[in-house]
Write a new protein. Structure first.
Length: 183
């Protein structure tokens, strides 16, 4: 069961530290990398979260694996492992990332597509959404095999649906409405 208080408190405390250190951009960028890594390599989370593995070994693994990361990020991961909260690291980092985005006035959104989009495609979509919303938008790509083709973008309360599925649904609705009006 997810303890929202733990997630919120840890992410907010880390965010406050990073704001005080005036290094929000660096740590925000690192959090994106870590979110991606921890999403892809869930086994790593289970290893560090293991009650069987002593903290000294967890610390060695964390220091070795993340030696290129900034000092506070490594210390943050160590502290999570020490306090047996590493199972929340992915959620905490996502919440931290949201706080960083809010700090910079960046809206977070999701692009749903049938296949993964390239970074160039993502940047183009972000630019187009920025024109419409008048806000800087950071998009994350998620796969939705139900779309058939095209993309669907959600940013806050807005949905931009350019998927073939949406077009087919609209055509079906138009045909049904025309059929009912013709009776």
């Amino acid at each position: 069961m997810i303890n929202e208080t733990i997630v919120t408190n840890w992410s907010h405390a880390f965010f406050q530290l990073i704001v005080e250190e005036k290094e929000v951009k660096e740590y925000s960028d690192e959090s994106v990398i870590l979110i991606d890594l921890f999403t892809k390599y869930q086994d790593f989370l289970h290893i560090i979260d293991s009650a069987v593995l002593p903290f000294s070994e967890k610390a060695t693994i964390i220091r070795t694996t993340f030696k290129q990361f900034a000092k506070y990020m490594v210390n943050f991961l160590l502290l999570l492992a020490q306090e047996n909260c590493f199972c929340y690291v992915l959620l905490i980092l996502k919440e931290f990332r949201k706080e960083c985005n809010a700090y910079y006035g960046v809206q977070y959104g999701v692009v749903y597509s049938v296949v993964p989009l390239s970074s160039t495609q993502m940047k183009k979509l972000e630019a187009k959404v920025k024109l419409v919303t008048k806000q800087t938008v950071e998009l994350v790509n998620k796969i939705d095999e139900n779309l058939i083709a095209g993309v669907k973008i959600k940013v806050k309360n807005q949905v931009f649906d350019g998927s073939v599925k949406a077009q087919v649904d609209q055509l079906r609705n138009d045909l049904l409405r025309n059929n009912q009006e013709g009776r």
